[in-house]
Write a protein that binds this ligand. Structure first.
Ligand code: PLP
Length: 362
Protein backbone atom coordinates (compact mmCIF):
# COMPACT_ATOMS: atom_id res chain seq x y z
CA UNK A 1 0.00 0.00 0.00
CA UNK A 2 1.42 3.47 -0.83
CA UNK A 3 2.00 5.79 2.12
CA UNK A 4 -0.65 8.20 0.89
CA UNK A 5 -2.97 8.26 -2.12
CA UNK A 6 -6.14 9.74 -3.63
CA UNK A 7 -9.20 7.83 -4.70
CA UNK A 8 -11.22 9.67 -7.34
CA UNK A 9 -14.65 8.56 -8.45
CA UNK A 10 -15.20 9.37 -12.12
CA UNK A 11 -18.80 8.19 -11.73
CA UNK A 12 -19.26 10.94 -9.18
CA UNK A 13 -17.75 13.47 -11.60
CA UNK A 14 -20.29 12.30 -14.20
CA UNK A 15 -23.18 12.57 -11.74
CA UNK A 16 -22.10 16.05 -10.70
CA UNK A 17 -21.87 17.08 -14.36
CA UNK A 18 -25.37 15.73 -15.06
CA UNK A 19 -26.73 17.51 -12.02
CA UNK A 20 -25.28 20.83 -13.21
CA UNK A 21 -26.49 20.10 -16.75
CA UNK A 22 -30.04 19.59 -15.40
CA UNK A 23 -30.00 22.79 -13.35
CA UNK A 24 -28.57 24.88 -16.20
CA UNK A 25 -31.38 23.71 -18.45
CA UNK A 26 -31.65 23.84 -22.20
CA UNK A 27 -30.08 26.72 -24.04
CA UNK A 28 -27.17 26.91 -21.60
CA UNK A 29 -24.01 24.97 -22.46
CA UNK A 30 -21.48 23.86 -19.88
CA UNK A 31 -17.78 24.64 -20.01
CA UNK A 32 -16.36 22.61 -17.12
CA UNK A 33 -13.18 24.06 -15.66
CA UNK A 34 -10.34 21.51 -15.48
CA UNK A 35 -7.48 23.88 -14.67
CA UNK A 36 -4.88 23.00 -12.05
CA UNK A 37 -5.03 19.31 -12.97
CA UNK A 38 -8.81 19.40 -12.49
CA UNK A 39 -8.42 20.70 -8.94
CA UNK A 40 -6.05 17.69 -8.48
CA UNK A 41 -8.64 15.14 -9.59
CA UNK A 42 -6.55 14.51 -12.74
CA UNK A 43 -7.19 16.68 -15.80
CA UNK A 44 -6.96 13.93 -18.39
CA UNK A 45 -9.29 11.42 -16.75
CA UNK A 46 -11.75 14.15 -15.74
CA UNK A 47 -11.72 15.72 -19.23
CA UNK A 48 -12.28 12.32 -20.84
CA UNK A 49 -15.19 11.69 -18.49
CA UNK A 50 -16.74 15.09 -19.20
CA UNK A 51 -16.25 14.76 -22.93
CA UNK A 52 -17.99 11.39 -22.74
CA UNK A 53 -20.86 13.15 -20.91
CA UNK A 54 -21.15 15.53 -23.84
CA UNK A 55 -19.12 18.58 -22.81
CA UNK A 56 -18.25 20.57 -25.95
CA UNK A 57 -16.02 23.04 -24.11
CA UNK A 58 -13.41 22.75 -21.38
CA UNK A 59 -11.53 25.56 -19.65
CA UNK A 60 -7.94 25.56 -18.44
CA UNK A 61 -5.62 28.25 -17.13
CA UNK A 62 -2.59 28.01 -19.35
CA UNK A 63 -1.26 26.76 -22.66
CA UNK A 64 0.60 23.87 -21.07
CA UNK A 65 -2.58 22.51 -19.54
CA UNK A 66 -4.39 22.79 -22.87
CA UNK A 67 -1.57 21.14 -24.75
CA UNK A 68 -1.53 18.20 -22.32
CA UNK A 69 -5.24 17.63 -22.88
CA UNK A 70 -4.81 17.63 -26.66
CA UNK A 71 -1.91 15.20 -26.37
CA UNK A 72 -4.22 12.97 -24.33
CA UNK A 73 -6.68 12.97 -27.22
CA UNK A 74 -9.30 15.44 -25.97
CA UNK A 75 -11.27 16.84 -28.93
CA UNK A 76 -13.55 19.35 -27.13
CA UNK A 77 -12.90 23.05 -27.59
CA UNK A 78 -10.42 24.27 -24.98
CA UNK A 79 -10.52 27.82 -23.63
CA UNK A 80 -7.30 29.08 -22.05
CA UNK A 81 -8.41 31.60 -19.44
CA UNK A 82 -5.25 33.04 -17.94
CA UNK A 83 -2.18 32.97 -20.14
CA UNK A 84 -0.28 35.27 -22.49
CA UNK A 85 -1.01 35.04 -26.19
CA UNK A 86 2.73 35.26 -26.89
CA UNK A 87 3.56 32.27 -24.68
CA UNK A 88 4.43 29.39 -26.98
CA UNK A 89 2.68 30.64 -30.18
CA UNK A 90 3.06 27.27 -31.88
CA UNK A 91 1.22 25.43 -29.14
CA UNK A 92 -1.83 27.71 -29.51
CA UNK A 93 -2.12 26.74 -33.13
CA UNK A 94 -1.04 23.13 -33.07
CA UNK A 95 -3.15 22.25 -30.05
CA UNK A 96 -6.11 24.29 -31.33
CA UNK A 97 -6.43 26.23 -28.08
CA UNK A 98 -8.82 29.16 -27.86
CA UNK A 99 -7.34 32.19 -26.10
CA UNK A 100 -9.03 34.61 -23.76
CA UNK A 101 -7.88 38.11 -24.62
CA UNK A 102 -7.53 40.50 -21.68
CA UNK A 103 -6.00 43.52 -23.40
CA UNK A 104 -7.06 44.93 -26.79
CA UNK A 105 -3.37 45.46 -27.62
CA UNK A 106 -2.95 41.68 -27.72
CA UNK A 107 -5.42 41.34 -30.61
CA UNK A 108 -2.62 42.12 -33.04
CA UNK A 109 -0.91 38.89 -32.05
CA UNK A 110 -3.79 36.67 -33.15
CA UNK A 111 -3.48 34.97 -36.49
CA UNK A 112 -6.09 36.08 -39.08
CA UNK A 113 -9.49 34.54 -38.33
CA UNK A 114 -8.33 32.96 -35.07
CA UNK A 115 -11.32 32.67 -32.73
CA UNK A 116 -10.95 34.16 -29.26
CA UNK A 117 -13.01 35.17 -26.26
CA UNK A 118 -12.72 38.71 -24.94
CA UNK A 119 -12.78 39.07 -21.19
CA UNK A 120 -14.33 42.15 -19.67
CA UNK A 121 -13.10 43.31 -16.28
CA UNK A 122 -16.56 44.22 -15.07
CA UNK A 123 -15.29 45.12 -11.62
CA UNK A 124 -13.26 42.27 -10.22
CA UNK A 125 -10.06 44.18 -10.87
CA UNK A 126 -8.02 41.21 -11.99
CA UNK A 127 -7.87 39.92 -15.59
CA UNK A 128 -9.90 41.33 -18.48
CA UNK A 129 -10.09 44.65 -20.29
CA UNK A 130 -11.60 47.82 -18.89
CA UNK A 131 -11.81 49.39 -22.34
CA UNK A 132 -14.95 51.28 -23.40
CA UNK A 133 -17.52 50.00 -25.88
CA UNK A 134 -16.19 52.40 -28.51
CA UNK A 135 -12.62 51.16 -28.09
CA UNK A 136 -13.71 47.53 -28.21
CA UNK A 137 -15.79 48.10 -31.35
CA UNK A 138 -12.93 49.93 -33.02
CA UNK A 139 -10.16 47.50 -32.12
CA UNK A 140 -12.02 44.20 -32.66
CA UNK A 141 -13.07 45.13 -36.18
CA UNK A 142 -12.15 42.34 -38.59
CA UNK A 143 -11.34 39.87 -35.80
CA UNK A 144 -13.12 36.62 -34.98
CA UNK A 145 -14.58 37.47 -31.58
CA UNK A 146 -16.35 34.27 -30.66
CA UNK A 147 -17.03 34.86 -27.00
CA UNK A 148 -17.55 37.65 -24.50
CA UNK A 149 -17.00 36.81 -20.85
CA UNK A 150 -16.50 38.16 -17.38
CA UNK A 151 -15.87 36.73 -13.93
CA UNK A 152 -17.41 37.65 -10.58
CA UNK A 153 -15.40 38.49 -7.49
CA UNK A 154 -18.02 37.96 -4.77
CA UNK A 155 -20.66 35.66 -6.19
CA UNK A 156 -21.46 33.91 -2.90
CA UNK A 157 -21.85 37.17 -1.02
CA UNK A 158 -25.47 38.26 -1.02
CA UNK A 159 -24.74 41.06 1.39
CA UNK A 160 -22.91 42.87 -1.41
CA UNK A 161 -24.16 44.33 -4.69
CA UNK A 162 -20.82 43.74 -6.42
CA UNK A 163 -22.14 40.83 -8.51
CA UNK A 164 -25.14 42.82 -9.70
CA UNK A 165 -22.94 45.80 -10.56
CA UNK A 166 -20.55 43.54 -12.45
CA UNK A 167 -23.43 41.94 -14.33
CA UNK A 168 -24.79 45.37 -15.27
CA UNK A 169 -21.41 46.53 -16.51
CA UNK A 170 -21.09 43.36 -18.62
CA UNK A 171 -24.60 43.83 -20.00
CA UNK A 172 -23.81 47.44 -20.89
CA UNK A 173 -20.78 46.30 -22.92
CA UNK A 174 -22.74 43.50 -24.55
CA UNK A 175 -25.52 45.89 -25.57
CA UNK A 176 -23.04 48.41 -26.93
CA UNK A 177 -21.37 45.74 -29.05
CA UNK A 178 -24.78 44.48 -30.18
CA UNK A 179 -25.71 47.96 -31.40
CA UNK A 180 -22.50 48.02 -33.41
CA UNK A 181 -23.42 44.68 -34.94
CA UNK A 182 -20.99 42.63 -32.85
CA UNK A 183 -22.73 39.56 -31.49
CA UNK A 184 -20.26 37.01 -30.11
CA UNK A 185 -21.65 33.47 -30.29
CA UNK A 186 -20.85 32.69 -26.64
CA UNK A 187 -21.66 34.88 -23.64
CA UNK A 188 -20.48 33.69 -20.24
CA UNK A 189 -20.34 35.09 -16.74
CA UNK A 190 -21.14 32.34 -14.25
CA UNK A 191 -18.90 29.91 -12.39
CA UNK A 192 -20.25 27.54 -9.70
CA UNK A 193 -21.76 30.09 -7.33
CA UNK A 194 -24.15 31.93 -9.67
CA UNK A 195 -25.36 28.51 -10.86
CA UNK A 196 -25.79 27.09 -7.39
CA UNK A 197 -27.61 30.18 -6.13
CA UNK A 198 -29.88 30.34 -9.16
CA UNK A 199 -28.65 33.65 -10.60
CA UNK A 200 -30.18 32.71 -13.94
CA UNK A 201 -29.76 36.15 -15.50
CA UNK A 202 -25.99 35.51 -15.46
CA UNK A 203 -26.10 32.11 -17.13
CA UNK A 204 -26.39 33.45 -20.69
CA UNK A 205 -25.63 30.59 -23.09
CA UNK A 206 -22.51 29.19 -21.39
CA UNK A 207 -21.46 28.61 -17.79
CA UNK A 208 -18.06 27.73 -16.34
CA UNK A 209 -18.46 25.42 -13.33
CA UNK A 210 -15.30 24.13 -11.68
CA UNK A 211 -15.87 23.61 -7.94
CA UNK A 212 -19.29 21.97 -8.42
CA UNK A 213 -17.88 19.47 -10.92
CA UNK A 214 -15.74 18.22 -8.03
CA UNK A 215 -18.72 18.15 -5.69
CA UNK A 216 -18.34 21.40 -3.83
CA UNK A 217 -20.38 24.58 -3.47
CA UNK A 218 -19.62 27.67 -1.43
CA UNK A 219 -21.41 28.75 1.70
CA UNK A 220 -23.33 31.95 1.04
CA UNK A 221 -22.86 35.13 2.99
CA UNK A 222 -25.93 37.26 3.57
CA UNK A 223 -29.45 36.31 2.60
CA UNK A 224 -28.87 33.59 0.02
CA UNK A 225 -31.45 32.48 -2.50
CA UNK A 226 -32.39 28.80 -2.70
CA UNK A 227 -29.56 26.40 -3.42
CA UNK A 228 -29.87 24.53 -6.69
CA UNK A 229 -27.08 21.98 -6.93
CA UNK A 230 -26.97 18.64 -5.18
CA UNK A 231 -23.40 17.54 -5.83
CA UNK A 232 -20.99 15.43 -3.77
CA UNK A 233 -17.19 15.22 -3.49
CA UNK A 234 -15.47 12.86 -5.91
CA UNK A 235 -12.12 12.67 -4.15
CA UNK A 236 -10.97 10.83 -1.02
CA UNK A 237 -7.51 11.13 0.46
CA UNK A 238 -5.99 8.25 2.39
CA UNK A 239 -2.80 7.66 4.34
CA UNK A 240 -1.22 4.53 5.73
CA UNK A 241 -0.35 4.17 9.41
CA UNK A 242 3.42 3.68 9.43
CA UNK A 243 3.80 2.91 13.11
CA UNK A 244 1.66 2.58 16.22
CA UNK A 245 2.97 2.95 19.77
CA UNK A 246 1.97 3.53 23.35
CA UNK A 247 3.39 6.59 25.09
CA UNK A 248 3.33 7.60 28.75
CA UNK A 249 1.73 10.67 30.22
CA UNK A 250 4.08 13.63 29.85
CA UNK A 251 5.64 12.42 26.58
CA UNK A 252 6.17 15.12 23.95
CA UNK A 253 4.97 14.44 20.41
CA UNK A 254 6.64 15.78 17.25
CA UNK A 255 8.70 18.86 16.32
CA UNK A 256 8.87 21.54 18.95
CA UNK A 257 7.07 19.33 21.48
CA UNK A 258 3.93 21.18 20.53
CA UNK A 259 1.87 18.40 22.08
CA UNK A 260 2.52 16.69 25.38
CA UNK A 261 0.47 13.63 26.21
CA UNK A 262 -1.78 14.42 29.19
CA UNK A 263 -2.25 10.68 29.87
CA UNK A 264 -0.97 7.40 28.54
CA UNK A 265 -1.90 7.32 24.86
CA UNK A 266 -1.88 5.11 21.83
CA UNK A 267 -0.55 7.12 18.90
CA UNK A 268 -0.05 6.42 15.21
CA UNK A 269 2.27 8.07 12.73
CA UNK A 270 0.74 8.31 9.27
CA UNK A 271 2.56 8.70 5.96
CA UNK A 272 1.35 12.15 4.94
CA UNK A 273 2.64 15.59 5.80
CA UNK A 274 2.85 19.09 4.48
CA UNK A 275 4.96 17.97 1.51
CA UNK A 276 1.90 16.01 0.46
CA UNK A 277 -0.32 19.06 0.89
CA UNK A 278 -1.63 18.43 4.37
CA UNK A 279 -1.59 21.96 5.76
CA UNK A 280 1.01 22.62 8.44
CA UNK A 281 -1.64 24.73 10.14
CA UNK A 282 -3.53 21.53 11.06
CA UNK A 283 -0.96 20.83 13.77
CA UNK A 284 -2.86 20.27 17.06
CA UNK A 285 -6.08 21.35 15.29
CA UNK A 286 -7.06 18.98 12.52
CA UNK A 287 -8.38 15.47 12.58
CA UNK A 288 -8.52 12.41 10.38
CA UNK A 289 -10.93 9.47 10.29
CA UNK A 290 -9.52 6.36 11.92
CA UNK A 291 -11.68 3.22 11.94
CA UNK A 292 -14.78 5.34 11.38
CA UNK A 293 -14.06 7.74 14.24
CA UNK A 294 -12.51 11.20 14.29
CA UNK A 295 -8.91 11.04 15.52
CA UNK A 296 -7.15 14.30 16.43
CA UNK A 297 -3.83 15.32 14.91
CA UNK A 298 -1.25 15.52 17.71
CA UNK A 299 1.52 18.11 17.58
CA UNK A 300 3.06 19.57 14.46
CA UNK A 301 2.30 18.27 10.99
CA UNK A 302 5.76 17.49 9.63
CA UNK A 303 7.00 17.18 6.06
CA UNK A 304 6.17 13.54 5.45
CA UNK A 305 4.61 12.31 8.67
CA UNK A 306 1.73 13.31 10.90
CA UNK A 307 0.92 11.81 14.29
CA UNK A 308 -2.64 11.08 15.35
CA UNK A 309 -4.37 9.88 18.48
CA UNK A 310 -5.43 6.24 18.10
CA UNK A 311 -6.51 5.78 21.71
CA UNK A 312 -10.13 5.46 20.58
CA UNK A 313 -9.33 3.16 17.64
CA UNK A 314 -7.60 0.17 19.27
CA UNK A 315 -8.32 -2.07 16.27
CA UNK A 316 -6.04 -0.07 13.97
CA UNK A 317 -2.47 -1.24 13.47
CA UNK A 318 0.52 -0.31 11.33
CA UNK A 319 -0.27 -0.87 7.66
CA UNK A 320 -3.94 0.10 8.01
CA UNK A 321 -5.27 3.21 6.32
CA UNK A 322 -6.91 6.33 7.70
CA UNK A 323 -8.93 8.94 5.80
CA UNK A 324 -7.79 12.54 5.55
CA UNK A 325 -10.61 13.56 3.20
CA UNK A 326 -13.64 11.43 2.51
CA UNK A 327 -16.04 9.22 4.40
CA UNK A 328 -15.90 6.15 6.61
CA UNK A 329 -19.40 5.03 7.52
CA UNK A 330 -21.23 7.92 9.16
CA UNK A 331 -18.18 10.11 9.59
CA UNK A 332 -16.86 12.36 6.86
CA UNK A 333 -14.35 15.17 6.41
CA UNK A 334 -14.49 17.27 3.27
CA UNK A 335 -12.14 19.95 1.97
CA UNK A 336 -14.36 22.68 3.39
CA UNK A 337 -14.05 21.32 6.92
CA UNK A 338 -10.31 20.81 6.56
CA UNK A 339 -9.97 24.35 5.18
CA UNK A 340 -11.84 25.81 8.13
CA UNK A 341 -9.47 24.12 10.60
CA UNK A 342 -6.46 25.22 8.56
CA UNK A 343 -7.61 28.81 8.08
CA UNK A 344 -7.74 28.55 4.30
CA UNK A 345 -10.26 27.78 1.54
CA UNK A 346 -11.33 24.39 0.21
CA UNK A 347 -10.05 25.25 -3.28
CA UNK A 348 -6.56 25.65 -1.83
CA UNK A 349 -6.83 22.35 0.05
CA UNK A 350 -7.73 20.48 -3.16
CA UNK A 351 -5.18 22.23 -5.38
CA UNK A 352 -2.57 21.97 -2.65
CA UNK A 353 -2.53 18.17 -2.64
CA UNK A 354 0.95 17.46 -3.90
CA UNK A 355 1.69 15.66 -7.16
CA UNK A 356 3.60 13.04 -5.20
CA UNK A 357 0.24 11.79 -3.91
CA UNK A 358 -0.76 9.27 -6.55
CA UNK A 359 -4.32 8.93 -7.72
CA UNK A 360 -6.34 5.85 -8.31
CA UNK A 361 -9.69 5.94 -10.06
CA UNK A 362 -12.41 3.95 -8.37
C1 PLP B 1 -11.60 29.00 -11.84
C2 PLP B 1 -12.54 29.76 -12.68
C3 PLP B 1 -13.86 29.32 -12.84
C4 PLP B 1 -14.43 28.17 -12.05
O1 PLP B 1 -14.80 28.63 -10.78
P1 PLP B 1 -15.47 27.67 -9.70
O2 PLP B 1 -15.74 28.54 -8.55
O3 PLP B 1 -14.48 26.61 -9.41
O4 PLP B 1 -16.71 27.11 -10.32
C5 PLP B 1 -14.64 29.99 -13.75
N1 PLP B 1 -14.17 31.07 -14.44
C6 PLP B 1 -12.92 31.53 -14.27
C7 PLP B 1 -12.48 32.72 -15.04
C8 PLP B 1 -12.07 30.91 -13.38
O5 PLP B 1 -10.83 31.38 -13.20
Amino acid sequence: MPRTWLEVSLDRISLNYRQIRRVAGSGVDLMPVVKADAYRHGATAVAQTLEHEGAQWLAVSNVEEGKALREAGIRARILVMADRIDSDPRAWRESRLTPVIHDLADLSQLSPGQPYHLKIDSGMGRLGTRASVAEIVERTRGTNIEGLMTHFASSANFGSDQTQRQHERFEQIRLGLDEAGLRPRWLHEASTNPLHFGQQHTWRNLVRPGYAIYGYVSRAAGKAPDEMLDVAPALSWKATILLVKEIEAGSPVGYGAQYVAPRPMRIGSIGAGYADGLPHRLGNRGQVIAAGRLAPILGAVSMDVTTIDLSESPELKAGDAVTLLGREGEVSIDARQMAREAGTIAYAILCGISTRVNRIYV
